[in-house]
Design a protein around this ligand. Structure first.
Ligand code: SAH
Length: 211
């Protein structure tokens, strides 16, 4: 159920769906998605589907995690400082960890934040720094960032987030209400170049902290 063979089958599916970055596929093959979800759902961990993680939130579909990671990397092998908005259960953070120097991940729902932080620390992901924070403001004290990845969909790109990109930095973010588009924003000096990539379905980007 959670064997290497099952994980390899998932990787094959992602390849067929168009994920082509071998480095990303190999991280997906070695990351235990089943430990990030409830035991009752663990048998479905290597299906290419989103699953509930409590508090009305979901663990993203593996295709989406892999695709967003390869878009974030672009033609780089590795990124320096990266910000993730929406830690959720921590799976996307775990996938990013070996591909970046330092990952700062923020979550607005307290119980999800503490659970993900404990889990990532037990699994010895040492370059991930979790905080309980509303990602609308980014994380100015830790930026600027080479990359920003957002796991919830705002109606519009929060300007504080794009301002925290380094020159040449990339942000991958779903944008929209019922109709969401995965969007890549690349900073070129004071200009933010926007590319619309594909249709996606994410939970809404909300403001404030929930305890
Ligand atoms: N990265 C997760 C996806 C979790 S779902 C994974 O690996 O599967 C998206 C998460 O974004 C939810 O946990 C939600 O609470 C969080 N979120 C939504 N708006 C946010 C905001 N403004 N700041 C921080 N987290 C936010």
């Amino acid at each position: 159920m959670t064997s290497q063979r099952t994980r390899n089958r998932l990787v094959q599916r992602l390849r067929e769906a168009g994920v082509s970055n071998e480095q990303v596929l190999s991280v997906i093959a070695s990351t235990p998605r089943h430990v990030f979800i409830d035991e009752a759902l663990a048998h479905r961990a290597y299906e290419d589907t989103a699953l509930p993680i409590g508090y009305g939130q979901t663990i993203s579909q593996p295709y989406t995690v892999a695709r967003m990671t390869e878009i974030l990397l672009g033609d780089q092998q590795r990124l320096g400082r990266v910000l993730e908005v929406g830690t959720g259960c921590g799976y996307q953070a775990a996938v990013l960890s070996p591909l970046v120097d330092r990952l700062f991940s923020v979550e607005r729902i307290e119980p999800l934040f503490s659970r993900a932080r404990n889990r990532l620390s037990e699994l010895e992901y040492r370059n991930i720094h979790c905080s309980l924070s509303d990602g609308s403001w980014g994380l100015p004290e830790k930026g600027p960032f080479d990359g920003i990845i957002v796991a919830a969909a705002p109606e519009q790109v929060p300007s504080a987030l794009q301002e925290q990109l380094v020159d040449g930095g990339r942000m991958v973010i779903p944008v929209g209400g019922e109709q969401q588009k995965l969007t890549l924003i690349t900073r070129d000096g004071d200009t933010f170049v926007t590319e619309i990539l594909e249709d996606v379905l994410f939970v809404p980007f909300l403001s404030g902290i929930q305890r």
